[in-house]
Design a protein around this ligand. Structure first.
Ligand SMILES: NC(=O)c1ccc[n+]([C@@H]2O[C@H](COP(=O)([O-])OP(=O)(O)OC[C@H]3O[C@@H](n4cnc5c(N)ncnc54)[C@H](OP(=O)(O)O)[C@@H]3O)[C@@H](O)[C@H]2O)c1
Length: 319
């Protein structure tokens, strides 16, 4: 089958380590199912993998990709929950939590094998491409807002780096749930897009906000951390899921302790969170923001766009 793999690590120029070519079919395992992938999406995680973060050389070549929607062996439409081992699904109680493409081959392929319990039924309202946006970026944003962030309708939230996959998801989900969303972006075009997605305000990174927020959705890291600490209200929460621009910002400890700010990490979400997110989208009519679609054979173009930070929303890959 055709698949996109990390062939070698390339820390400075991730695309140099990418290979798209023929790979063996997924291994059959008890309590696992092989899904015919109809759509996958790209995440920053794929670039980290190509740089060598989270993988060992002896695991190469590793099929990339954490998100997919497709057809299960029984012919039903399904969404793949990409977290393996969190609940012991099909892999035994001692399985360490990993994401697809970290230990087991990922979704940038014609077929992917996952524990059968990781399959979430896909309602007809959502297309395969829309659904494939949900399992990583949208699931993480969902948990950041409504789980770790503890936000309820009417609350204020700051979303840093408005163009990102997690960020666009947080803006759209937050607005649909009645939050007052403030977004930052380096790009005027992306700020305009954030307003179209439902943000109440869109400002440049570092700009003073109209009012302090109850929580911050932080996925940019070093470049925006100080602004996040300054923008959250006393007793508020900064929810962090990533550090695209680096993870060594000044900690701003004085503000953290003086204002009794909570810093809460999030990694993905549970299968139940994903099923709830699918229901949220199906019932409200909210749909993931799709930046562009590329065929699997040209996945390098999509990864280059992601690396350059040119996208608004998710880049869909069609096998
Ligand atoms: N913990 C988890 O489960 C989890 C899940 C998903 C993602 N993540 C992590 O979260 C991060 C974002 O993921 P993603 O897939 O949403 O990535 P993405 O689509 O590549 O978005 C990154 C965004 O960060 C902003 N940005 C990048 N460099 C910046 C800089 N130097 N200064 C200011 N802003 C900058 C950009 O926004 P603007 O261009 O609009 O400024 C960019 O669109 C990644 O590090 C990823 O690994 C973690």
């Amino acid at each position: 089958m055709l698949a996109a793999t990390v062939a070698r690590f390339s820390p400075d120029s991730p695309l140099d380590g990418l290979e798209v070519g023929q790979r063996p079919e997924p291994e059959e395992r008890e309590h696992w199912s092989t899904v015919d992938v109809q759509a996958a999406t790209l995440n920053h995680h794929d670039l980290w993998s190509l740089r060598g973060v989270g993988l060992r050389a002896e695991q190469l070549p590793m099929v990339l990709g954490t998100d997919a929607a497709g057809v299960a062996p029984d012919g039903s439409r399904v969404l793949v929950h990409g977290v393996i081992g969190a609940d012991g699904h099909g892999v035994g109680p001692r399985e360490r939590r990993t994401l697809l493409s970290e230990k087991y081959p990922g979704t940038l392929a014609e077929r992917v094998a996952v524990p059968t319990a990781n399959l979430v039924p896909l309602p007809d309202e959502l297309s395969f491409a829309e659904a494939a946006c949900l399992p990583t970026a949208w699931l993480t944003a969902y948990r950041m807002l409504f789980g770790a962030g503890g936000l309820t309708p009417g609350d204020r939230v700051l979303v840093q780096g408005a163009g990102g996959g997690v960020a666009t998801a947080a803006i759209a989900l937050g607005a649909a749930a009645g939050l007052e969303v403030v977004a930052t972006s380096r790009s005027a075009a992306k700020r305009a897009r954030a307003l179209e997605l439902g943000a109440a305000h869109a400002v440049e990174p570092g700009e003073r906000l109209p009012a302090r927020v109850d929580a911050v959705v932080e996925s940019v890291g070093q470049a925006t951390w100080a602004h996040s600490v300054r923008s959250v209200r006393p007793g508020g929460t900064i929810v962090v899921c990533g550090a695209t621009s680096g993870d060594a910002p000044p900690a701003e400890l004085t503000r953290v302790f003086f204002n009794e700010i909570r810093v809460q990490g999030v990694t993905m979400g549970s299968r139940d969170d994903l099923a709830a997110l699918v229901r949220f989208c199906a019932r409200t009519g909210l749909r993931p923001v799709i930046d562009s679609e590329v065929p699997l054979a040209r996945v390098a173009d999509g990864l280059a766009r992601l690396e350059a930070g040119e996208q608004t929303g998710k880049i869909v890959v069609l096998p």
